[in-house]
Design a protein around this ligand. Structure first.
Ligand code: SF4
Length: 363
């Protein structure tokens, strides 16, 4: 491998060394004019030496390689609730990792400093700063129960997720894939056996929204794929929508979105509604009023969802879990505390026995 100023070039791509790592054959397809990347739904067709939209993938002699394997741009030890994930191992600590690059260009991205980076620069590294082995070592050293890929989109780094997830399971850690939902079925089939939680960000159901703020078209595969993750691989799925005034906060849209979650994933699937904070290129959109978030919650409940959570400070009870059958308070949450009350070790309400779908132990 040869580092030119700021750019990684692949004179001799050393497979499994440095920051270069060859793709599994299941997530690439050689075609007459190039090799198609099957990691995310952009499905870039890459000619010789061309990098993908995300800059995290390059074609070298008809084979695809990750360009920033093990290059971590952000890391932290956080409770799983911060992702947000509320129904899987509540109150446990995770090691959260994020690499460079992304397959979307959301104008409001809170993590643009890492997500919009050219991955080939690799933070000027010639070797991974956090290899999968080191990630596991760190997680255990920090007394974490799980490993999370977040901050940027993990589907652009499938081999890193694949290798670290397998090691995580061997070490007894659970794994959480925090995604914008633009993963492909091929990538899910590769990663699925090693992923425990699929936390999907459904920004909108409308093509116009994605065109306007994320430089892409709507992804109709998102919910079917989440269902596949849930039903075929037994992965725990939670959903989140950041409510943005004027862009995705219309009642009709929110009701339709909640209805789709019920239809594809079931009424027990948590839906997290979060407040939009003006940021980056979308500072002209104001912060979401608490009343809008609470109205969205009512719409979600009216569509049949049992667990619709918010981050509205004025309504702290909307962060708690209540039994949908007998209304008992099951889990009480604040921004820095999780108190588990009436929950059995197999995720049922102590009072009435209702199955809440909360995973308390590793299978
Ligand atoms: S992961 Fe990157 S290269 Fe592959 S299809 Fe998505 S944007 Fe294109």
């Amino acid at each position: 491998m040869n580092m030119e100023k700021g750019t990684l070039w692949l004179d001799e791509p050393a497979v499994h060394s440095g920051v270069i790592y060859r793709f599994d054959t299941r997530i690439q397809h050689v075609e007459s004019t190039g090799t198609r990347c099957l990691a995310c739904t952009r499905r870039c067709l890459l000619h010789e030496r061309q990098v993908g939209y995300c800059s995290a993938v390059v074609n070298w002699r008809q084979q695809l390689y990750s360009t920033g394997y093990g290059v971590i741009g952000e890391a932290g030890v956080t409770p799983i609730e911060q992702r947000p994930v509320y129904h899987y191992r509540p109150g446990t600590r995770t090691l959260a990792l994020g690499g460079l690059g992304c397959n979307l260009r959301c104008a409001f991205c809170q993590n643009w400093e890492i997500a919009f980076r050219d991955v080939r620069h690799g933070a000027s590294l010639t070797a991974p700063n956090v290899s999968p082995e080191y990630a596991i070592e760190l997680a255990l050293e920090q007394r974490c129960s799980g490993l999370v890929w977040t901050f940027n989109e993990p589907s652009i780094a499938p081999m890193y997720v694949y290798n670290s997830a397998r090691l995580a399971h061997e070490a007894g850690l659970y794994t959480v894939f925090v995604t914008n939902g633009f993963l492909t079925e091929q990538a899910l089939r590769l990663l699925g056996p090693y992923i425990d939680v699929y936390r999907i960000d459904i920004k909108s159901l409308d093509a116009h929204f994605y065109r306007q703020v994320a430089a892409t078209s709507a992804n109709t595969e998102m919910l079917p794929l989440a269902r596949l993750a849930q039903q075929e691989f037994g992965i725990h799925v939670e959903t989140v929508t950041n409510i943005m005034p004027t862009l995705n906060d219309q009642d009709e849209h929110l009701s339709r979105l909640a209805d789709q979650i019920v239809r594809y994933l079931g009424p027990g699937t948590p839906w997290h509604l979060t407040t939009y904070v003006p940021y980056a290129h979308m500072k002209h959109i104001p912060a979401t009023p608490p009343a809008t978030i609470l109205r969205a919650r009512d719409l979600g409940l009216a569509q049949g969802l049992h667990f619709v959570y918010t981050d509205v400070l004025e309504a702290p009870e909307t962060m708690h879990t209540f039994c949908p059958q007998c209304q008992t308070l099951i889990i009480e949450r604040s921004f820095d505390q999780v108190l588990i009350h009436e929950l059995t070790s197999d995720g049922r309400c102590v009072s009435c026995g209702y199955d809440l779908g909360i995973v308390m132990t590793v299978a």
